[in-house]
Ligand binder design. Structure first.
Ligand SMILES: Cc1cc2nc3c(=O)[nH]c(=O)nc-3n(C[C@H](O)[C@H](O)[C@H](O)COP(=O)(O)O)c2cc1C
Length: 184
């Protein structure tokens, strides 16, 4: 193995990019984020990081809530759109014909057309440098029933993708092993 040193800007491999809704009512906006990760199981907490210059930053600061919306591979263009236009200039909901759907806990709307949604309440924020990191407790989750098996999201049914170094990569939906298979 011939290892070479890379710069420290290298990203995680892959990153779980998703579309985040922030803001309430007419102000509600959508932003694509790749700086996302599950960081605690009990309580369930997901961390997201935003640059303060984003329009969405003001909205998450104002309401302390967000929703993580996962599109399928077929909705990838919508995700890229939300990550390349600002809510200061356009209404992403209207441009993409997306519908605001009421969650069951938070006031921030979910994206009705995206099959997997997680409602989150901010419990902590940390200013790290270029980004502000928000820790959101997951207070409700929703999934289109066609992607669920035994009450869990089924990776073989969900048409998912990942974000790797600026590229959207389709995942093959093939399970290579289950948690703990190395113990058998
Ligand atoms: C795939 C992808 C991932 C992104 N990840 C982040 C991120 O993690 N944090 C961030 O602040 N901006 C990220 N962006 C940039 C914002 O989505 C983009 O600047 C967006 O237009 C901001 O929208 P707003 O001004 O309406 O808030 C990403 C963009 C793309 C396309």
């Amino acid at each position: 193995m011939n290892k070479i040193s890379l710069n420290t800007g290298i990203t995680m491999f892959p990153m779980p990019a998703a579309v985040i809704s922030v803001g309430i009512g007419e102000e509600a906006n959508l932003i694509t984020l790749a700086y996302i990760g599950k960081v605690c199981m009990k309580p369930p907490i997901i961390a997201i990081s935003l640059q303060p210059k984003r329009h969405s930053y003001e909205l998450i600061e104002k309401h302390g809530e967000f929703v993580i919306n996962y599109p399928t591979k077929d909705q990838l263009r919508d995700m890229d759109y939300c990550g390349t236009r600002s809510g200061r200039d356009v209404n992403k909901w209207e441009d993409l014909n997306l519908t605001k759907e009421k969650g069951i806990v938070v006031q921030v709307p979910m994206v009705k057309e995206f099959p997997w949604n997680m409602e989150c309440k901010v419990i902590k924020r940390i200013e790290l440098g270029s980004h502000v990191c928000y820790f959101g407790e997951v207070v409700a989750t929703h999934s289109d029933s066609q992607f669920v098996t035994n009450n869990r999201l089924d990776p073989e049914k969900f048409n998912c993708f990942a974000y790797i170094n600026g590229n959207y990569i389709g995942l093959q939906n093939g399970i290579l092993g289950n948690h703990g298979f190395s113990m058998k």
